[in-house]
Design a binder for this molecule. Structure first.
Ligand code: LHQ
Length: 256
């Protein structure tokens, strides 16, 4: 259900249920959650790339998993599977790149938006499908989407479930870039490799600061920047970064 490729300094995780447009069943949830944990713990993994096999990125929950006549506790499904997944990505102290290779619908769209940097194939579409089946956008969508594109656009997408082309998503600032379909893998892999060569702890501090900003006053955020910059300034990566700059050579981060 998930392919894990260990590359030089980074891991590539490929959702692999292409016949179901990589929609989530419990096995895929378990595999992805575990692979993200392993990538977090592996010292030689400094960045993660998430993408999908086949013509889709992810169609959200596997709706075939729902038993007819049953009134399921979907709150429990979120509590057990989707919420831990989104929390893990947001808290992960390494960059997570997402390459949206095709349609991203429902929780699949919001999973992409939970990642740090999102690239999408120009042919890909983002669909807040939830309203079509009388559900609430989940996996952090009601938090992320209005912050990324504003409430007017977020609400219209969520009410209408209209597909949003990747190019518009990029114009609106919902994702980082829409790239030609045949360039997506190369561009996403190059970006992930570049991030893996940067200071992992440096990027983790930036991620932590941005994450905290959602709930902070400016005052509290300035204090946080002070504290993070203090520890950054004492780090071996900062010393190496400055040394490399002065010596006009590429830095070697992550050396003890
Ligand atoms: C699928 C699915 C799918 C199963 C395509 N399941 N088979 C959280 C908590 C708990 C429960 C509920 O949900 C959630 C969060 C959610 O994610 S709710 C939203 C769930 N997702 C959707 O509502 C999207 C459903 N899919 C679609 O609307 C379309 O498939 C899209 C627009 C994604 C793609 O359309 P097409 O390109 O026309 O492809 P297709 O519809 O023909 O799909 C291809 C195959 O994949 C097809 O199977 P088949 O055997 O006929 O070839 C679909 O049945 C299957 N598939 N999504 N979510």
């Amino acid at each position: 259900v998930l392919k894990v490729e260990k590359r030089d300094g980074w891991h590539k995780l490929v959702l692999n249920r292409p016949e179901k447009l990589n929609s989530f069943n419990e096995a895929l949830h378990a595999a992805l959650y575990a692979a993200l944990g392993e990538a977090t713990d592996a010292a030689d993994c400094r960045a993660i790339l998430l993408t999908g096999e086949g013509r889709g990125f992810c169609a959200g929950q596997d709706l075939g998993d729902r038993k007819p006549g049953e009134a399921p506790d979907l709150g429990n499904t979120l509590e057990r599977f989707y919420n831990p997944l989104v929390r893990r990505i947001r808290a992960l102290p390494k960059p997570v790149v997402c390459a949206v290779n095709g349609v991203a619908a429902g929780a699949g769209a919001n999973l992409a938006l939970a990642c740090d940097i999102v690239l999408a194939a120009k042919s890909a579409r983002f669909i807040q499908s939830f309203s079509k089946i009388a559900l609430v956008p989940d996996s952090g969508g009601t938090f992320m989407l209005p912050r990324l594109i504003g409430e007017a656009r977020a609400k219209a997408l969520m009410f209408s479930a209209e597909p949003l082309p990747a190019t518009t998503a990029a114009e609106w600032g919902m994702i980082w870039q829409a790239v030609d379909d045949d360039r997506l893998t190369l561009e996403a892999e190059n970006l992930t490799a570049r991030l893996a060569a940067q200071s992992t702890e440096g990027l983790a501090r930036i991620k932590q600061a941005l994450e905290a900003s959602h709930g902070n006053t400016l005052d509290a955020q300035l204090d946080l920047e002070r504290d993070l910059q203090r520890s950054a300034g004492r780090s071996a990566d900062y010393a190496e970064g400055v040394r490399a700059f002065m010596e006009k050579r590429p830095p070697r981060f992550g050396q003890k």
